[in-house]
Structures are given as structure tokens and as C-alpha cells.
Design a protein around this ligand. Sequence first.
Ligand code: GLY
Ligand code: MN
Ligand code: MN
Length: 430
Amino acid sequence: MRRTLLAIFIVLQLATAFGRAAVSPELAERREKLRKNMPDGVLVLFGAKESEDLHEGFYQEPNFYYLTGWEEPGAILVLTPEVDKDEPALPQRAKLPREILFLPQRVPSKEKWTGRKLGPSDPGVAQTTGFANVMPAERFESELRTILEAYPDIYALSSANATINRIAPLRTIVDAFEPIAKLRMRKSPAEITAIQRATDASVEAHKAAWRVMRPGLVEYEVAAVMVGSYMMDGCRRSAYAPIVGSGPNSTVLHYSRNNRKMDSGEVTVMDVAAECGNYASDITRTVPVNGKFTPRQREIYEIVLGAQKAAIAAIKPGMTMYKTTPNSIYQVAFDYINTHGKDLHGQPLGKYFNHGLSHHVGLDVHDADAKEPLEPGMVITVEPGIYIPEENLGIRIEDVILVTEKGAKNLSEALPRDTSELERALARQK
Ligand code: GLY
Ligand code: MN
Ligand code: MN
């Protein structure tokens, strides 16, 4: 008993020393579900390598993180399908491990630069990783060859095709994106809590931006306030490069130079959100720089907001969200925009809504998507926009929406979006 307690103590100490959270049972459940969807194939998934990129640092490959929770570089995951123990045809299948995590050996000279890693023979490696079978990465190829004697197909992401072709040149490689995406699209309660957390921090960041918003500020100064807000709120990084686009830049969809001085009379699109605990949010608000919309800005804003409200009201299980699919909330938003208001030439505004309406949000801001109809537990954005370069006027409103049994729950509803509420919030700050 004392030895067991001592072992638990050592593992907890090691986990704490490495800054690792306890392994969630959800991770093993995800792997089990995936194995059921790959009856005849072996999954091979490569984690991200140590980053040489000084801009971003290490960022684990999201599918790898989803299935392992592992955040160190150079790891490899192999899963073999569940076996029917009575299956007489290929008895060697039953003897193979169902899952192996391969970890690279520690390299002390590299650790001087990028920190201590967990090696495959470190004490407590099984408990720390949540994998009963942890092997050194140099054994990956020989283990895979053995496993492939029992299975015909290999599931892998397309980015790994060259590596797999080299190891197993004659095998069929099935794209693993779809079976993994089908799982990732349906968020667990823990994932929804994580997205809500990132969303709450992003809501506060937008409010912080409104407190400083004034003519004469440079766009990146607003971005700095927002990023500072959520990083001080416990979020590690931005979910994507912050977009703060004023005046003409408000019409550039993924503008990220953020280096223009904002002027009175303009609107600024702020598409900025946090990533917290590896989960993203994605929120856009468009506000008048001087705190008051002009009549034309207000008119266009109200149309975008009307389209967003109509699309959110149309959300329910079974609806879709793409430009060309039936029962699409995109079509609801497009029709609203195209039947309200006109451009300076008397033409309908639909052509100024020049992007999609929605995408899934999760580990990635544009999260895995197997293009299926909406279901309870999916988390998507609803983000209509109208961008009229001729008027230097771009408006986008974007919220994060959980699909429920009955319809939709707006996870970012704490952030005002009606024009009068926005103007009141901006005025209060002056
Ligand atoms: N923030 C990127 C997007 O809305 O797609
Ligand atoms: Mn988005
Ligand atoms: Mn966005």
C-alpha cells in the first residue's frame, strides 16, 4: 500500500514538474470510438515535430491532440481495430496491442533550448501519457511492419502519405480525416465548457477594446488591448491572427496588418478571439470608431444583424450550413441580405456577402468538418457580413453557437450586438 501511494505520489510529482494535466478518460474513449470505425485498417498518426518557427512555437497537430492529449513533439500514434476474439481467420490480430504511443528519445542538448521532455523509458510514462504501450520512436517502423502483416489498410492523414508510402509502398492509404472529423464535429460537454471559457475571455477582450476605442488609435493598439486582456485572463494565445480593420480595411475579410490609424466617421471590424486550454473561440463585432454610427453605417449594420438573427433562428438539428446544400442557414442569411437595402447603384446587397456563413469551432478555429447536417453538440459560427469597398464600409457580426435539440444557444450572447447597445457601451467608456 505504501509503495502504491509512493508510486502515485511520484507520478503526480512528475506530471506537475512537466506542467501536465491529468489524463482525461475521454481521450481513451475517443480512440475506442475511432477503432470501431476502422474495421480493417491500422491508424497511423504523426504528432507535430519540434518547431523551428520562432513566430509561433510548438503547436500540436490538432487530430493528434484530440486523440492523445499529448503536447510534446515527435510522437506517433498507432491504433489497431477491435478484434473479435473468436475470429479464426487471423489469430495474430488478437495478440497485437490495440494502441501504441511512440515517443522520441530525450536529447539533452536540444532540451537546453526547448525544455525537458518525457522520454519513452522515463518512470511513470504509462500513467503520464495514459497509454499502456509506450515505445521509443525508433521502433515505429519495425512495429508497424509487424502490425501490417495482420491488416490490409492504413488510415492516415494525407500529409503523411509520403512517409507511409516509403515504409509500406504497396498498401492502400485511406484518408483518416473523415472518420476523425466525424468525432471532432460532435463536442463533448467538456469540450463545450472549454469553448465557452475561450468565448467568455474573448467577450471580455472585446469589451476592453471598446473602452479604449477612439479616433487616432492604430489598429494594432486595439489588438494589443484585446490579446493582453485574454492572455491576462489565463488564455495562452490567440485562436487566429487578430483582425482589426478600420475604414477601407473593414472590407478586407482576413485583414491582419493592423497598422492603420483609425479615423472618426469610420467603422472598425474586430474579429479577435482567444484560444484557452487548446480550444478556440471566434467573435467579430463592428463598431463606430467615434462611438456613433452614421445613418448609412447603421442601415448596413442592421441588415447584417437581421441576417444573423434570421440564420440563428433557423438553426435546428438537420439543417445545413453550406452555400450549395439544401435547408441551409447560409441561404437564410443570403436571402435576407439580398432582399434588404441597396448599394449606391440601386443593386441588391447579396454580392457583398462574399464568404461562407459558418464553420465549426473547436481545437481549430476552422474546426474539422465532415460536411454533415447540424446535430446537437456541434459548435459553429454564424458570421454574415456586407463589404462595400466603394463606400469603405465593411460590417461583420460573428457569434459562436451551440446547436441544441431545440435550436441554438449563443455562447457569445454576453457581448452586445444591437446598434443602440453598442453605442451606449462605447459612450460609457469615453
Ligand atoms: N476569424 C476567422 C473567421 O471568422 O473565419
Ligand atoms: Mn469565423
Ligand atoms: Mn472570425
